[in-house]
Ligand binder design. Structure first.
Ligand code: NAD
Length: 293
């Protein structure tokens, strides 16, 4: 199988490198060329345009930051669908709306191109280790064809029915991640002001009902060392909960916490925290209370 991977970022780079290490020939494309050179050093192939790849590859994967990037790469004139050959398989790992997945699927089907939405969870550590959770929507037959690829990238791979269903589950995950992130930020700021040792707090919460992956991740990898290099950018979490809110609205489901967290994430972006890890929500709480970190 000839493979290509578009979007060699925090997630896409380690994912595509794992495919190279597993013995696949993988072409890489990234907006900033430095990443492509690093991919070449890691054993990947570079130098082909998206248009050329669409016509030559068997499977093309994408892991792109924003819905607008996904639209450009899939639906643009120089993009994957206009230039794709019949039976090409396209897999999108990006977090976008189920409606965008369906729009891409509709255009792809008209040209006999297969499309799977396959959002991921597990962070950069999961991407490095090949232990991501992958939630896949689309034809089961196509899913089965690319399952060996998914099994290299992920430890928990699920097929969940029609195109868009992977995104619905991923967005529900992101809703919970955002609420937990805000809850952790408030809890730690309260503990700080009350004079509680945060190492001890985390140790106790981790063996109590308040235990959560987000609590442990945010404290251990970021808050405790006061380093908020991402990880998962806060700006991407803002993008995700904005999509969650739109999805909830389309189903006429009121999400009061989702709306509030989106408001707080917007404030964090205004405070220049967008490029920091999502655990930097605590910095917004500290700023509001004028606490030194
Ligand atoms: P990132 O910004 O680190 O990487 C995205 C890469 O895509 C960048 O290198 C960028 O240059 C490249 N790119 C953008 N537009 C392009 C284009 N038109 N053509 C080629 N390359 C292009 O983002 P990331 O953290 O890797 O996240 C990617 C997606 O995965 C997002 O949708 C995000 O929500 C999702 N995600 C991220 C994480 C995480 O922990 N970082 C976890 C799960 C899901």
């Amino acid at each position: 199988m000839k493979l290509a991977f578009i979007g060699l970022g925090n997630m896409g780079f380690p994912m595509s490198r794992n495919l190279v290490n597993a013995g696949y020939c993988v072409y890489g494309v990234n907006r900033s060329k430095q990443r492509e050179y690093e991919f070449e050093k890691a054993g990947g192939l570079i130098g082909k345009s998206i248009k050329e790849l669409a016509n030559e590859m068997d499977v093309i994967m994408t892991c792109l930051p924003l819905p607008s990037d996904v639209e450009d790469v899939y639906l643009g004139e120089e993009g994957l669908i206009s230039n794709g050959k019949e039976h090409l398989i396209l897999i999108d790992f990006s977090t976008v709306s189920p409606n965008l997945n369906k729009k891409i699927h509709h255009e792809a089907s008209a040209k006999n191109i297969e499309f799977l939405d396959a959002p991921i969870s597990g962070g950069t550590t999961g991407a490095e280790a090949g232990t991501l959770s992958i939630m896949v929507g689309g034809e089961k037959r196509t899913f089965d064809q690319v399952l060996p690829i998914f099994n290299i990238l992920g430890g928990n791979v699920y097929h969940i029915g029609e195109v868009g269903n992977g995104s619905i589950i991923k967005l529900i995950n992101q809703y919970l991640v955002s609420v937990h992130s805000q809850a952790v930020s408030e809890a730690f700021v309260l503990a700080e002001i009350a004079g509680i040792n945060l190492d001890l707090l985390t140790e106790i919460l981790s063996v109590s009902y308040a235990q959560s992956k987000i609590l442990e991740r945010h404290y251990t990898n970021f808050i405790s060392i006061n380093n908020f290099q991402p990880g998962f950018e806060l700006g991407l979490l803002h993008k995700d909960v904005t999509i969650v809110n739109e999805m909830a609205e389309s189903y006429q489901v009121d999400m009061p916490l989702g709306n509030k967290v989106t408001e707080l994430l917007s404030e964090a972006l205004e405070s220049d925290l967008g490029k920091k890890d999502m655990s930097a929500m605590i910095q917004l709480m500290r700023e509001k209370l004028k606490i030194e970190s």
